[in-house]
Structure formats: C-alpha cells, structure tokens
Write a protein that binds this ligand. Sequence first.
Ligand code: GLC
Length: 576
Amino acid sequence: MTELHLSGDGAAPSVHPDANWWRQAAVYQIYPRSFADSNGDGMGDLPGVTARMGYLSELGIDAIWLSPFYPSALADGGYDVDDYRNVDPRLGSLDDFDAMVASAHAAGIRVIVDVVPNHSSNRHEWFKAALASAPGSPERARYQFFDGLPDGKGDDGGLPPSDWPSHFGGPAWTRVVETAGPRAGSLGQWYLHLFATEQPDFNWDHPEVREDFHTTLRFWADRGVDGFRVDVAHGLAKDMSLPLRSKPALKILVDDGTDPLFDRDDVHEIFAGWRTVLNEYDPPRAAVAEAWVPFTERRLKYARPTELGQAFNFDLLEAPFSADDFRSIAEKCLSEAEASGASSTWVFSNHDVIRHASRYALPDGSTPEDLNAWLMADGATPVPDVARGVRRARAATLFMLGLPGSAYLYQGEELGLLEVADLPRESLQDPTWFRTLNTIKGRDGCRVPLPWTSTDANFGFGGTPWLPQPEWFGPLAAGAQDGVAGSTLELYRAALKLRRELQAEESLQWLASASPEVVSYRRPNGWQVVTNFGAVPAQLPAGVDLSKLVLSSGGAAAGEFDTEMIAPESTLWFAP
Ligand code: GLC
C-alpha cells in the first residue's frame, strides 16, 4: 500500500487533518458514458472527465463520484462488472484513470468510485468458472446456485427455487445448461440474480468473496481514490437456508431484520470489515451506502463511524415539493445523523430516477406508476409545467445546499436538465424495459449524454451519442449558460461557492415564520435560508435583513429585492 502512514511504533494510523472532508462535501455524480466523449466513439470516457476538470472546478464541487467505468457488457449500464480492478477499454485505461485522479486532486477535487458487491456480471472470471464446473463444486459456491423445484411434469428441478422476482422484472432465477457433472448437456441448477440475468448474485458467506472485495477496495485506494459508493449495500447478506422463503415482491415490507434478502443484521459485520480496510489509509477512505431501506435506526447502522460513515437518504428525493415534508425530513435526518455520529446526505436526482426538474413539473402526488405512465406517453400526458418544475428544482437545491451534511448532485442538474421522456423506443437500453416486456420504460431518460455547447455537433459531447439528445438541449448547454446571470449553471456556481465560504458547524436552528408555506433556518454563523414552497408570494420571516441577501433561486440578483415578500416556489440566502 502506498499511502499507509503508520506512526513510528506501528500503532494506530495518525489522524489526517482532512479525515472529515466528506462530512459536508458537495459531491457531483458522473455517469461516465454520458459525461464527455474524448475520442468521438459516442461514449463518454475517463479522458473526457479529465478534459472537463476545469468545468468541475469552476462549478465548486468538493468531490466527484463516478458510476462504474469497469469492463462490462453494459447489460445494466456498467453495474454488471466483469473485472473490478480494471477500466473498460471503451472508457480508457488504468493510466487514464490515474491521470484523471491526478488532475482532480490538483484541482482540489476528491474522487469516489462505485463498488458493486451484490453481484458481478456473468462475464466475470468466477462466474465463467462456476458455469464450467459441476453442481456442488467450489467454483459454484461463490454464487447462489440452487436446485430447482419439481414442476410436476417429470422435471424434478423445472421450477425456480423460489418465487423471488428480479428488481427489473421477470424471475430472479435463471436455469443453466450443465457442462460438467452427471447432468452435463442438460438443464440443471438455477442461479440467483436480484437484477438482470447478466448480474449473478454473490454468496457473501464465502470467505473468498469477502477477501476479494477487500482487495478491490485496496486496489483503488492505493491508486489515490478518496472514497467509495457502495451499490445495493443492504442486499449482501441473505438468508438462503432451505426451504427458501416466499417473497413475491422485492420491496422491503419489514424493517426488523427478518426479510430474507434485504437489510439483514449480519450485513453489518461485512461493512465493519470494510471499515477496517478503509482505515488502513490516511486519511481513512470515505464510503456511502446505497441502501433503499425505510428510515429507521436500521438505516443509520450503515452510516455508523464503525461502518461506512454515510448512507444515502432518499427521503427528499421521494418527497413532494412541500414545506411540511422538506422541513420534517431535514429535521429528522439531521437529528438521527447526529445521534449516530454520521453526517446526513441529501440527493434529489441520480442515474436511477426521473430528473427532479421534471418530477416537480408533474402533478403533485404522482406515484411511481404515474411517472411511468408519463414516460410511456413520451412525456406528452400529463403536460408538464416545465417552468414550474425548474423553478421548484432551483428552490429545492438552494434549500438543500444550505443544510449541514453532504449534497450529492447528479450531472446535468446544474444545467436544469429535464428528463428526456420521448427517447425513441429502439434506442432504449435499460434492462427494465426489456425484462418488463416493454411496459416499464426505465431510466435511460436521465442518462442522455450532456450538452456542452449549443453550436457544435452533438452539443459538444463528442461523437454521435449512445442515446440521442433532443433539440431542446441546445439552450440548456453549459456553454449557453456560462456567464449568463440568472442561469441555472450560474446559480449552482454561486451557491456552491457561497456554501464553502459560509458553511462552518454542522448544526442549524429552525426559525418561526408567519406562513405555513415558508421554511427558514439559520446556521451558527448567522447564514440564513428562507424557502417559500407555496404558489403565492409570502411574507419573509421577521428579522430578515434584506440588505444581506446574497442569492435567490428566482434569479434576482442581490440588492434587487426591496420588498418584505418572498416569491412563490423560491429560496433566498442571506449572509451573516
Ligand atoms: C443500484 C444502481 C443501479 C443498478 C442496481 C444494480 O441501484 O444505482 O443503477 O441498476 O444497483 O446494480
């Protein structure tokens, strides 16, 4: 290991002054294939990220998180990993990775990479070895191979071992043709894949699986990576004791540790082991769990200092744009994070959900089914109120960027990008679209390659993009917003810069307000944030000093305000 600095007697690692950098970081998620294409093949790549480091630095973020860039057949956008310790040749090389990390660090930007431990791809060496070996072999033991159940028609293993569905639709089991053993040449065992067929689940009871992920963590940490985002963290430990329990829907219905597949108590010893590895480094490497579990103290366990340190909190992402929801979620998450020693996380958009400017443009109370129906109608019905969606997204962002904790931003949200709801069906790539037999459209609409300029071919992205860009990307391109007062890009830049200057301690005080639609808080240094969630202007809280206004999500520059009102669906920031 290159970065292990033990104190002279080989005792505990010294505590680096930057050990807590992640606690209040603004982290920008890069979906590498859609960020910037340096070689014109239509797919974003690592040199493309390096080439845009100036943009990222000017944006004012503290870290980038890269979604998987590992070798992959892209059955699930790279979350089907062939080799955890390499770079997809279409996205670059390990040298390109090192160059990207060096340029990020030179710009003062930390680097977080995605680890995908629940499953590998079906092209991983271990899975190929498992398929080439007989049932019961050591090669099979690293995955979840089981005999099927009798189908009543003469095949004693013709039915899947359980009724578990895949998260992307269809069954979570695929049957293999045996190549070795007594059944060679005929259908035999089944393997578990909670996601696509190409994503076989690992057996986390196997010591080699555990050890191999420690090796992967060290591999990237040795290359200077500052942190890890842990995919499906709540899914690693499973109760596979026979008979397998029935669970016809994958959603977690219980949160007491009795679910056979998710959020089991024994998952925590895995992450305690990871923390030991992450703490071999100075500063210790950061980690954040992706664990879509209900908000109880069970979710906080992933974020304990003895485990990953942070867990994504998707509560704001799932909430309607409402004063009550935003305030109660922020209050609850902050107090729970404090109690557990973690810092809170905030997120509105990522590569798995409809962009929040579009969500906020659709009728309040839209369910996931409503959102899919809107996608299936190519975004035509209901007609989105785009101006309102963008207005609310900007207000929500300023509300969130003022809070203590880490803000996770998804590439393109700083441009006010909307969901591309009318992608041609033949261009769709999300496995959800195929596995639901074209009834659930999936996540491609938030993954369309970014527009960098309004004048160049492919909006300056590079070659012909792997998902087509709509014409309306032009005016939203980074180049078209650069230096334009009131643009969403300039709003993000200003907010992120002020956030650095003004943010000090991890606490806040909620302020009383005359209107139930207005939420306001003050940070210990006197910095104040006021959001009006309502559709009509509202009275500013008492004591607000208008001369201290520094930022408005409504686009008004400081000093332009001379009334005691706050515009509808907007946020104002006041300096101390
Ligand atoms: C996570 C990822 C998602 C992926 C899934 C399976 O939820 O964010 O994109 O499809 O895990 O790896």
